[in-house]
Ligand binder design. Structure first.
Ligand SMILES: *Cc1c(COP(=O)(O)O)cnc(C)c1O
Length: 340
């Protein structure tokens, strides 16, 4: 038995999800004739109380499209220094939209309304880039799956609107935050102009993301998606997996969170571990003691059938997910207690 805790993207479709995909009614989505894609887009738009939605092959493409929608070349996007759009999208903000990022020095990938306001360049001071967009990420990936305080998001929304800025949410793991905090998609839809959500993380789909927004925004997004090469044909097989996941694999995210907390508790008790970051959802970030060699440690685990990711300088990450079963969980807890 191999236990893969590298990411929640490693999951494979369940037999029931594969059946839903197998049975999907499909058409050519570039002509908007794929029933299953249309159904998913409508379903997600309704969940968020938004007018429209668009299916994407990846979260990166959905975010990049949103950034393009909200900006012109030369503009600036405000985001946290740990943001996925800044760190993990290949420099796409500059490549695709010709914009720069103003990085906010937040805490666990999250920042305050005050920090957001301070990051805005005065619009008539033409020496600095024109601030066009504030982008948040919930849960914050590099922040260790941290969930935002909703009241802070409301305050940042007010800052964005007062300064006529776009407001985008990278919600790749928003599902985890919703389940953990008992929040609703409508709450988020009411504040953000655009929201991207992923199906290939905690929800266990092989592929797929959706961007929601108003009718006009999503109409423009359709053109940008085409330019980026994201127009797909019989994509309904993938959309059917996403619809299935929304109906059947959302609530169980709480189990991933529970397992993550149990792992964190066990790790915190081990002498070779210096520190475990707070655990809000399904991501655990922890640090080895300074005298422990990270590479040797990871190799030892690998030999015992456990895959983890090192983030450098003794910082390690574990992500729980759909394919990390109760049996694997017990096994993993036993192994780490033994080898440490
Ligand atoms: C995974 C992820 C994305 C999208 O990544 P893709 O690999 O393109 O699907 C975007 N934002 C965050 C925070 C993510 O974790």
């Amino acid at each position: 038995m191999r236990i893969n805790l590298i990411s929640d993207t490693v999951t494979k479709p369940t037999p029931q999800m594969l059946k839903a995909m197998f049975d999907a009614k499909v058409g050519d989505d570039v002509f908007k004739k794929d029933e299953s894609v249309n159904h998913l887009e409508q379903k997600v738009a309704e969940m968020f109380g938004k007018e429209a939605a668009l299916f994407f092959p990846s979260g990166t493409m959905a975010n990049q499209t949103a950034i393009k929608l909200h900006t012109n070349p030369g503009d600036q996007v405000i985001c946290d220094k740990d943001a996925h759009i800044y760190n993990y999208e290949g420099g796409g903000v500059s490549f695709n939209s010709g914009v720069s990022c103003k990085l906010v020095d937040g805490h666990r990938g999250m920042f305050t309304a005050e920090q957001a306001k301070a990051a805005i360049n005065p619009p008539d001071f033409y020496h600095s880039p024109l601030t066009a967009l504030i982008a948040l990420e919930n849960t914050a990936n590099r922040g260790g799956g941290a969930c935002w305080d909703f009241s802070e998001i409301e305050k940042i929304h007010k800052v964005a609107k007062d300064h006529e800025l776009g407001f985008h949410l990278d919600g790749a793991r928003l599902w985890n935050a919703l389940v953990e905090k008992g929040e609703t998609p409508e709450q988020y839809g009411a504040l953000f102009d655009t929201i991207s959500v992923c199906f290939s993380k905690g929800l266990g789909c092989p592929v797929g993301s959706v961007l929601v927004g108003n009718e006009e925004t999503i109409h423009k997004a359709l053109r940008i998606r085409k330019i980026l090469g994201g127009g797909m044909r019989q994509a309904g097989y993938l959309a059917a997996a996403a619809s299935y996941a929304l109906d059947h694999q959302m609530k169980r995210l709480a189990e991933d969170h529970q397992k993550a907390k149990e792992i964190g508790k066990t790790l915190a008790e081990l002498a070779i571990i210096k520190k475990v970051e707070p655990i809000d959802t399904n991501i655990i970030i922890f640090y080895l003691q300074d005298d422990i060699d990270e590479k040797a440690f990871l190799e030892k685990l690998e030999a015992l059938g456990i895959d983890l990711i090192g983030m450098g300088s003794g910082k390690l990450r574990i992500v729980t997910h759909l394919d990390y079963t109760a049996e694997m969980h017990q096994e993993f807890l036993k192994i780490i207690q033994k080898i440490m």
